[in-house]
Write a protein that binds this ligand. Structure first.
Ligand SMILES: [Zn+2]
Ligand SMILES: [Zn+2]
Length: 138
């Protein structure tokens, strides 16, 4: 396996590799992302199914299942968010952009759930990214 992208959590106990180029990236302004990150928006990249491999600390990954969406996976040691995982197909994961080492090879191209953007961080009027008020299925 040749890693195209590598990454790790805040404490470094969980490390991962992605062996295919990431597909696309987007900001998510939903209230779940605000709550899980503590900031105004999350930023994640879609990965080719099966291309994300945890190479260290797999046993430390905890998943929060909201019950009606993708499972939010984070390191139980440091709380750093790493992935979102499709509960119906565990091979499908998206990667949290902030967990990636160096250049992820993709740039955010759109914003989703902008209808829920934090009042203290509104979407700029001259924002060049495409805005989708609800789920853009990134
Ligand atoms: Zn950690
Ligand atoms: Zn979100």
């Amino acid at each position: 396996m040749t890693a195209v992208v590598t990454g790790h959590c805040l404490c470094g106990a969980v490390q991962f590799e992605v062996d295919q180029p990431l597909l696309r990236a987007a900001y998510c302004h939903c209230t779940r992302c605000q709550r899980r990150t503590g900031v105004g928006a999350g930023c994640s990249a879609a990965a080719v199914p099966g291309s994300v491999h945890v190479v260290a600390g797999e046993h430390l990954i905890t998943g929060y299942d909201p019950g009606d969406g993708w499972i939010k996976e984070f390191c139980s040691m440091c709380g750093g968010h790493l992935f979102a995982r499709d509960p119906d197909d565990p091979s499908r994961r998206s990667v949290r952009m902030g967990a990636i080492d160096g250049d992820p090879g993709v740039r955010p191209s759109r914003r989703q759930f902008t209808a829920y953007a934090a009042v203290w961080e509104p979407i700029p009027d001259d924002d060049p990214l495409e805005s989708v008020p609800e789920n853009a299925n990134v």
